[in-house]
Design a binder for this molecule. Structure first.
Ligand code: SF4
Length: 440
């Protein structure tokens, strides 16, 4: 009888697409998705270690699983992802009920690790081997999915002072473009109309493997039939080049939304972080993108309380936000990560001061987001329908090309993937409207 697996995913989209691959892989070991934790024989935590808080979340989840495991003979606990990569066997010292520990380069071995564990083994596999054979496995795709994430590379060769990624995902490895294009063609045949290209630094795609450069990859993807929308995440502003920027004026299916993490607004802090670009260079790229694609939207990442950050430095961060007006942003207090340069820096900003700065930043962002959403009222937008609205099953939900969520009342019964919607009102994080008529 098939056994059931329940995967809990922490952290970024890269982890989300890895979890979808793990689901497909475990299918080869006769595991099926479980509806709920109580229904499962195997629980897999796909972990993140980007901040201290992420670790704490995982250890409290592991605490809960100790009782879950005792409830039924033969249940297994597996831990994968970045924290497993970072901690390895040490994880077991804190949670002896863990059966399997596997790192970010060991995903392909998962079925064997599970079989070993079922056979009373207690496997651990965390070598940063560079093994990416799990990329050949098509991620599990829910029925009717119109959007899919596609990994194009893993790891990062940059060394930003606060960042654990190069230590847990390893150096940059780009996936062969042939494989990426084949996967996207297959996804298009299965009804996918939007692809989100994933990598920790997508603009460096192909640089080491003599592969085609990132702009050429985007061009080739734009020629695949039925792929109506292309997005990519994440870009390091330093590596975002002129040719990629120019493509926003050439390729209509390249969505007018860029996630461009700046992290801080002060030149001094940017240099101390080792980000590799200046505030002015960042503004220059934003300006070039706006010329290439008028109306393009931006989101970003911010860290407050980085060692040495003064109130004046923080004011520089707020002024960047006033200058660019991001649709949304992810923002966090600096969290020293073992093994990074930042961990060796003296912390000069108290937790209270950092929390106060975070609140001020998020308050400003909320105002900017509200304004950006309110500016859509009265406009007609194209929405890629993702399914029924969570708020009201009689309505549909989807996203605009600028990545804004829209809930709307459909008028046509048709199955068109993209609908034209007249926006009637705006909330903090979504828009509401009614269908204007099928796309031409
Ligand atoms: S570019 Fe991004 S992933 Fe790479 S080290 Fe910097 S923050 Fe981390």
């Amino acid at each position: 009888m098939a056994r059931r697996v329940y995967i809990e995913t922490f952290g970024c989209q890269m982890n989300a697409v890895d979890s979808a691959r793990m689901l497909t892989l475990l299918g080869t070991a006769d595991y099926r998705p479980a509806e709920s934790l109580s229904d499962a024989d195997l629980v897999l935590l796909n972990t993140c270690s980007i901040r201290e808080k992420a670790d704490q979340k995982i250890y409290s989840a592991l605490g809960r699983l100790r009782r879950w495991k005792r409830e039924r003979e033969g249940r297994l606990v597996a831990v994968g992802g970045c924290l497993a990569q970072q901690e390895g066997t040490a994880l077991r010292k804190r949670a002896s009920h863990i059966d399997i520990v596997f790192g970010t380069h060991s995903i392909a071995f998962l079925p064997d690790l599970v079989r070993l564990a079922e056979g009373q083994g207690a496997p651990v596999s965390t070598d940063l081997t560079g093994d990416t054979s799990h990329w050949d496995v098509l991620p599990y795709l829910a029925d009717g999915a119109v959007s899919a994430m596609v990994t194009i590379m893993q790891g990062c060769d940059n060394d930003c002072a606060y960042c654990i990624v190069p230590h847990v995902r390893g150096p940059e490895i780009s996936r062969p473009s042939r494989e990426i294009l084949n996967e996207i063609r297959e996804l298009a045949e299965r009804g996918v109309r939007e692809v989100v290209l994933l990598g920790q630094n997508v603009n460096s795609y192909g640089k080491k493997e003599g592969e085609i450069p990132f702009p050429e990859l985007l061009r080739r993807i734009s020629r695949i039939r039925n792929i109506l929308r292309i997005r990519f995440i994440t870009s390091n502003p330093r590596d975002l080049d002129r040719e990629t920027i120019r493509l926003f004026s050439e390729i209509e299916s390249l969505c007018p939304h860029v996630h461009l993490p700046i992290q801080a607004g002060s030149e001094r802090v940017l240099s101390s972080m080792g980000r590799g670009y200046t505030r002015e260079e960042y503004f220059g790229k934003v300006e070039d993108l706006r010329k290439a694609r008028p109306g393009i939207a931006f989101s970003s990442d911010f860290i407050v309380g980085f060692p040495g950050e003064t109130e004046a430095d923080f004011q520089d961060t707020l002024s960047v936000m006033e200058e660019v007006r991001f649709d949304s942003s992810f923002s966090f207090r600096f969290s020293p990560r073992a093994g990074t340069r930042g961990a060796a820096m003296a912390e000069t900003v108290s937790k209270e001061e950092a929390s106060d700065r975070l609140t001020r930043l998020q308050t400003l962002q909320a105002r900017h987001s509200r304004d950006r959403f309110a500016a859509c009222v009265g406009k007609e937008v194209e929405v890629l329908v993702e399914g029924k609205s969570a708020k009201d099953p009689d309505r549909l939900c989807g996203r605009t090309p600028c990545y804004k969520t829209v809930n709307f009342s459909p008028v046509t019964e048709g199955q068109e993937a993209v609908r034209r919607v007249r926006i009637r009102s705006a909330g903090h994080h979504s828009l509401s409207g009614e269908e204007g008529g099928p796309r031409g």
